[in-house]
Design a protein around this ligand. Structure first.
Ligand SMILES: *Cc1c(COP(=O)(O)O)cnc(C)c1O
Length: 403
């Protein structure tokens, strides 16, 4: 476990009597991880961060000097990035863009708009002309391919609300080359078909499949493709399954024929989870331990209203126990020893569980549970105000400093 996390918890305890409940983000960990990712990336590729995985301002600031830019999927996210930098490249995607979103995106000079439907394309052509701005777009395509890797979350390769159906490409291109269009420029294609793929070799196959498809469209339509955005979706393992091997991915990709044939086309990646998941800790204290029938429950100060990922995915979230000494009551400290315990939160719903039947050597009231891998899609996807408990505190580790 990260020693700074323990240090921070100890110092917090010296000053506070209430049970701890906090998110701790290791900003230096994120930066070192991204630096090592960049080292092996092929020459023509660029790394963007999809901020929806964790839009914390400090994380965006920590990534600003390292990534090529940010991927955003709403005007709220877009303005958050612009609050940190006036000119960092932004990719703006997401289904159901509103008129005001397209107008603000034009005004805020995003680098590329990911067009998700023909209606959006038609509107954009009108707005761009009205504001007399030249707009670069990538068409997000939902492939009809049935052979994408199978993962927990799949957005493409089957019917979905995302992107433009592969069979409508001809129509999209004819709209773009039509006489009405003077200000919108087709620069390439965008794909984001799945999330949390753990297999590097299958990820390369998928990216190569994208490259082959684009190669065909280039030939059929005589297109000049500046950019192919191959999305995110690099996986993080929350159990014993081996994690995504980034270096295997980049080396197989670099060697592949499809990559070698890219010519001048740039290849973008826009991961979210893989960049931040491992560098967030959700820290909570055990406030009660109780037996009900043949099961034992440990109740936390905190729960799925702060970290909804385990409830959303129906998984057991990895954790470690930080034992605490000291018990001031005139009765025995409740505990479990060498047995199974189900770890639940403080909400009045049985869905508030973070780990079912965890095997523990020892867990006592007052001990601290540190949920690891809580940097992505944890706080940001949670129903924070359900039941009105106070929000967690947020701390940031930068080297040996934290605040
Ligand atoms: C969510 C999202 C991402 C990031 O996905 P991860 O699985 O977190 O890497 C990238 N691109 C788009 C379009 C997304 O919607």
């Amino acid at each position: 476990m990260n020693q700074n996390v323990k240090k921070l918890i100890n110092e917090w305890h010296d000053k506070n009597r209430d049970p701890i409940c906090a998110y701790i983000y290791d900003l230096e960990g994120i930066q070192n991880h991204v630096k090592s990712m960049l080292k092996t990336m092929p020459r023509q590729s660029h790394l963007f961060y999809a901020i929806k995985a964790n839009p914390d301002k400090r994380i965006i600031e920590a990534l600003l000097p390292l990534v090529k830019g940010f991927e955003v999927a709403s005007i709220g996210e877009l303005l958050k990035v612009r609050g940190v930098s006036k000119d960092i490249p932004i990719l703006f995607g997401g289904p159901g863009k509103k008129n005001y979103e397209l107008e603000i995106a034009i005004r805020e000079n995003v680098s590329y708009i990911h067009v998700e439907s023909l209606l959006e394309l038609r509107k954009l052509i009108i707005f761009a002309k009205e504001s007399n701005k030249h707009i670069q777009v990538l068409l997000r395509i939902n492939l009809r391919t049935k052979t994408l890797p199978e993962t927990k979350i799949i957005m493409g390769g089957y019917s979905s609300q995302f992107g433009i159906d592969e069979q409508l490409i001809d129509e999209a291109i004819s709209i773009l080359i039509g006489a009405e269009n003077t200000h919108v420029h087709l620069c390439g294609f965008h794909f984001h078909s799945l999330s949390n793929n753990l297999k590097a070799d299958l990820h390369v196959e998928m990216v190569n499949h994208y490259l082959q498809k684009v190669e065909q469209w280039k030939r059929v339509h005589g297109l000049d493709v500046k950019v192919i955005n191959a999305g995110g979706g690099f996986g993080v393992s929350y159990d014993e399954t081996p994690g995504f091997e980034w270096e295997l991915f980049t080396s197989l990709l670099t060697k592949s024929e499809e990559y070698q044939n890219l010519g001048d086309t740039q290849l973008f990646f826009e991961p979210g989870r893989f960049i931040v998941a491992d560098y967030g800790y959700y820290v909570t204290e055990v406030v009660d331990i109780k037996v009900s029938g043949d099961k034992c429950f440990s109740v936390l100060r905190g729960g799925t209203h702060h970290n909804r990922l385990p409830a959303s995915w129906g998984h057991n979230h990895p954790f470690s126990i930080f034992h605490q000494e000291g018990w001031s009551y005139p009765f025995k400290r409740p505990e479990v020893q060498n047995s199974k315990v189900t770890i639940v939160g403080e909400l009045c719903t049985p869905k508030d569980r973070l780990y079912e039947n965890a095997k523990v050597e020892s867990l006592r009231v007052g001990d601290i549970i540190i949920f690891e891998k809580s940097g992505a899609y944890c706080w940001t996807i949670s129903h924070h105000d359900f039941l009105g408990h106070p929000h967690p505190n947020f701390y940031y580790i930068e080297g040996n400093h934290y605040e």
